[in-house]
Design a protein. Sequence first.
Length: 142
Amino acid sequence: MNGEAAILEKSVNIRLTTTIRQPDMDEQVMNLESYGTLTEKNNRWYLQYREQQDELEIRTIVKFNEEEAVIMRSGGLQMRLPFLLHKEQTGNLTNEQGSFMLTTTAHELSMSGTHFKVRYDLALGGDHAGEYEMEILFLEAK
C-alpha cells in the first residue's frame, strides 16, 4: 500500500428537492431527477451530476461529510456555495449578469448512506435571499 486512500465510486440515480422560502412569497419546491456518480475518497463524498436549465447544461459537484459541504457548479454558470453548520461562509456566483458574493449560514447539515440534506439562509451580495433547503437522495443505479 502506498498510503493512498481507497476510492469507492458507483453510479447513482439522484432525486434532488430544493425548497425555497422567501419573505412574503409562497414556498417554492423544485424537483430534479438525474443520474450521476458518487465517489468516496478520504472520508469525503463527491456526488457529481448534470442538469439542464433552459439552454444550459450545468455540471454540479456536491462535496460533503458530516461537518461541512460545498456545492460547485460549472457550465452555464460558475458557482461555489460552502456550508459549515451554524457558521457564516462566503461563496460566489458568476453568470451572464456578472459576479456576486453569496453568503450561507447552515442551520441543518446531515448525511446518511443514501441521503444528504442542507438547510441554510442565503444572502446575495449582502441582501437576504431566503431560506433554502436542499435534499438529495442518491440510490445505486441498477
